[in-house]
Design a protein around this ligand. Structure first.
Ligand code: NAP
Ligand code: MG
Length: 405
């Protein structure tokens, strides 16, 4: 059987340590033998980022904007220890942050559900996808400590000096603390667009949570912008696809999260998303089964990756020539989801089939009892585990068999 032809390229971002070892195996054993595809590759490994003074990260992001699909391997975000370890010129920022700012998208985190892998929250049978608005709020706040009795104000002054708002906040009877934070309608609107497009794409209902009963201007702005977009642009098509959008109070939403069995997209404000994405990840059990997608507001540009890091502890073993049992599933799904996006943009049915088969084969392999150590430990003491190379051999054999039938 000939390889499946893919007309347009995808951007392939390579990374660091064990994640990168797995990444290369995915390309060589699960992608390139089956697809006639042009990969536009950027090496975002820490050594190359240092060599290029991080220019490579910007180039990679621009390329994703150009080709509209990117798949990314986990990369080291250097801390002081890494700066020493790699003798870096400086402590570069997280590549994910740089890329997100250029694509201006929203990050969606979605667990992969496997029947035989127990979850901490047993009845979450379908994914809870978390979207985090990544602008403003406490992350751009300014705080002060006050040491004396006194009066606190919040002041806005328009640049043309025509409008001044002076809000009296509080009279401090003694020492204390205060803070101020902000957001902008444009960023909230772009977040909402990404969320509506993601939900539509995946055909799952969307919920936005806020505390608009308390923050009647701030959180109400989120609700209002989502509501307006829904009414104007998405209500009809959501109905046609049998999905819905709803705003809920954050406290009501966390109760629903525990009660429901998953299968929805939860749009979270910045801090809520920070906290809830870790809570939900833990509820599903394994980092090796968590995927992450960055989607632009118009739904056209997509970058995918595994949510886990470079798995340093396994890399140390690998460098000693020892076999590791590193879970490649989330990284494989980064590829499958990227290819799926490419297939939708290009209307390439064979590619779509391949991407779906790749996911199905992974799920069947693990549900058939072949899995890495991290998952086996979750199943229980009797569950056998295999190493990464063995798992790849099984998956690639299954893919080859599918191709030839
Ligand atoms: P990590 O690489 O996710 O690993 C934490 C631990 O989780 C591992 O030691 C391993 O546990 C387990 N684990 C994670 N992924 C696994 C997989 N695929 N298969 C099996 N076990 C897995 O996080 P980290 O150690 O905090 O960070 C390491 C480096 O990754 C850092 O330099 C950080 O900057 C970077 N990082 C990058 C990204 C990204 O690019 N998106 C995200 C997070 C972190 P055991 O050792 O117990 O087996
Ligand atoms: Mg967090």
């Amino acid at each position: 059987m000939p390889k499946i032809e893919v007309k347009n390229p995808i951007v392939d971002i390579t990374g660091d340590e064990m994640a990168n070892v797995v990444w290369e195996k995915i390309k060589n054993e699960l992608i390139l033998p089956f697809l006639d595809i042009k990969l536009v590759t950027f090496d975002l490994g820490i050594i190359n980022r240092d060599l290029t003074s991080d220019k490579i990260t910007y180039e990679a992001a621009e390329a994703i904007n150009k080709y509209k699909t990117g798949v990314k391997c986990a990369t080291i975000t250097p801390d002081d220890k890494r700066v020493k370890e790699y003798k870096l010129k400086k402590k570069y920022p997280s590549p994910n942050g740089t890329i997100r700012n250029i694509i201006n998208g929203t990050i969606f985190r979605e667990p992969i559900i496997l029947n035989n892998i127990p979850k901490f929250v047993n009845h979450w049978n379908e994914p809870v996808v978390i979207a985090r608005h990544a602008f403003g709020d406490i992350y751009k706040s300014k705080e002060i400590s006050v040491k004396k009795k006194g009066r606190l104000f919040l002041r806005f002054e328009s640049f043309d000096k025509k409008q001044v708002i002076d809000e009296h906040i509080y009279d401090f009877p003694s020492s204390g603390v205060a803070l101020s934070y902000f957001n902008i309608d444009q960023s909230i609107r772009e977040f909402a667009l990404s969320c509506f497009n993601f939900a539509l794409n995946r055909k799952i209902p969307l919920y936005l949570s806020t505390k608009n009963t308390i923050l009647q201007k701030y959180d109400e702005a989120f609700k209002k912008i989502f509501d307006e977009l829904y009414e104007k642009k998405y209500k009809k098509i959501f109905k046609e696809n049998n999905i819905s959008y709803q705003h809920r109070l954050i406290d009501d939403m966390v109760a629903c999260l525990m009660k429901w069995s998953g299968g929805f997209l939860w749009a979270c404000k910045n801090y809520d998303g920070d906290v809830m994405s870790d809570l939900v990840a833990q509820g599903y059990g394994s980092l090796g089964l968590m995927t992450s997608v960055l989607l632009s507001p118009n739904g056209e540009i997509l970058e995918t990756e595994a949510a886990h890091g470079t798995v340093t502890s396994h890399y140390l073993q690998h460098k000693k020539g020892l076999d590791t049992s590193t879970n490649p599933i989330a990284s494989i799904f980064a590829w499958s989801r990227g290819l799926l996006h490419r297939s939708n943009l290009d209307k390439n049915k064979s590619l779509k089939n391949f991407a779906q088969n790749l996911e199905r084969v992974c799920i069947e392999t693990i549900e058939g009892g072949h899995m890495t150590k991290d998952l086996a430990l979750m199943v229980g003491p009797d569950q056998k585990w295999i190493n990464t190379n063995q798992l790849f051999t099984i998956i690639s054999k299954k893919l080859t068999k599918l191709k030839n039938t």
